[in-house]
Design a protein around this ligand. Sequence first.
Ligand SMILES: NC(=O)C1=CN([C@@H]2O[C@H](COP(=O)(O)OP(=O)(O)OC[C@H]3O[C@@H](n4cnc5c(N)ncnc54)[C@H](OP(=O)(O)O)[C@@H]3O)[C@@H](O)[C@H]2O)[C@@H](O)CC1
Ligand SMILES: Nc1ncnc2c1ncn2[C@@H]1O[C@H](COP(=O)(O)OP(=O)(O)O)[C@@H](O)[C@H]1O
Ligand SMILES: [K+]
Length: 486
Amino acid sequence: MRTAYSVETVRAAERKLMAELPEGALMQRAAAGLAAACAGLLGRTSGTRIVLLVGSGDNGGDALYAGARLARRGAAVTAVLLAPDRAHPGGTEALRAAGGRTVDGPSAADPARVMAGARLVLDGIVGIGGRGGLRPDARIWAQAAREAGARVVAVDLPSGVEAGTGEVAGEAVHADATVTFGTYKPGLLVDPAAGRAGALRLVDIGLAPHLPEQPDLEALQHADVAALLPVPAAESDKYRRGVVGVVAGSARYPGAAVLAVAGAFGGGAGAVRYVGPAADAVIARFPETLVHAGPPHKAGRVQAWVVGPGLGDGPDARRALDDVLDSDVPVLVDADGLRLLDGDRVGARRAATLLTPHAGEAAALLGASREDVEARRLDSVRRLAGEFRASVLLKGSTTLVADGTGGPVRVNPTGTGWLATAGSGDVLSGLTGSLLAAGLGVVDAGSAAAYLHGLAARFAAGHGGAPVRASQVARALPAAWRSVRG
Ligand SMILES: NC(=O)C1=CN([C@@H]2O[C@H](COP(=O)(O)OP(=O)(O)OC[C@H]3O[C@@H](n4cnc5c(N)ncnc54)[C@H](OP(=O)(O)O)[C@@H]3O)[C@@H](O)[C@H]2O)[C@@H](O)CC1
Ligand SMILES: Nc1ncnc2c1ncn2[C@@H]1O[C@H](COP(=O)(O)OP(=O)(O)O)[C@@H](O)[C@H]1O
Ligand SMILES: [K+]
């Protein structure tokens, strides 16, 4: 499991750790890890040109001390001091003593010349102390670094992103890799900021014992998902494995029912019940499905419901939604179900409810704009969960799952843009419902499903990548299971 902590929590832990250590020891740990990561990336340091972009805080200090270490290994290191009178004094001195040189950033005539021939640029402009996007001076240098074609390694965070939220308020550095210290920060895992971070590397500086048990964010990895996935035992039968009910599709959108059922079969429930007008289409594709034409509560035993994909917004759809919400088993509400949703009804439920909006649906539920939700994903998912007193899975480039009780938000690391194809959300809702029926908690079910879904899309897209259809994502789910469990 990857975990991330808010900036305040990181600062508090750092204070405790620093009190145990000699002055400056922590920065040396960070710089040593950073220099080692850079050396590993370069392969060869001797004779290599490296440029450091150095801001006025300790983030710049890290870059300077790491630069000094690389200079001692034979690299030709130039530090661009963006605030020359406030650059970390010890770091500046160490770099000069190691043979590195410094350039006055704001008054340098030609950034392109300083960058010429650089293979690596270290972004030490600003770290967790940053506020807002890059300032104009820094922007010029960040752009020069990209234009020079150098690899850009961000120190702790890509400068310009909001460490605690993943928001990007203005311009930010685009890094090829980020070397972060002590713990991940939310901005490294949540888009749009995460998209600027490149490959992540965590350097252990001894912070872990001082961090609280509960992180702000969690990202599952293969082993975590493997531990969650329901596997039949010797005594299993279809009811013990769970029965998932799917209320989806309409005369206009029968395909949504087929895709949700496909996802449900990919999730490990013992049986899938389908309730709605698209039974013929469902049976034609999946003869194993138990179909029912009456109201959901008459369909027979169900351990979790999925309601909404392709349901339409007529009176039948509304009745089916309310019927399912009246049940005392977990309910996942997606797509049209979200448009018809009565918040009070959700708040009154005793069993778990999981809402699975994409950014547009989340925006409608919050009375915000889609752009706003996409810019503030973490805040949006928490607000939705709070307002609806339900768990929420916010879909998109970094899918987030919040439980509404202030627990850690799960962030999915397997997403891929190939998933942005019609119907892939229907597959996800069936898959998640299946895991709910098998007995997983809502946050576990939502995050494990998002993980498998992303992995399946990657497998379907194949090596190198090619467009995939939602049904191909569903078909690749067994491969995703095997990859996780293997
Ligand atoms: N604490 C520890 O134990 C350890 C900390 N470590 C390291 O320290 C980093 C935190 O250092 P920090 O607290 O000095 O803040 P930092 O991120 O350098 O930025 C603050 C400066 O930036 C400026 N500034 C603000 N916004 C800006 C913007 N948009 N664009 C440009 N400039 C901007 C602001 O100046 P001002 O607003 O006054 O002009 C202020 O002076 C952390 O990320 C990690 O790398 C590691 O060594 C491990 C141990
Ligand atoms: N840029 C992206 N990167 C990763 N995943 C994405 C991206 N865009 C969409 N997705 C995923 O694709 C699925 C789309 O679901 P949804 O928007 O409900 O589509 P539909 O209603 O057509 O099924 C979601 O799982 C979402 O997380
Ligand atoms: K940085």
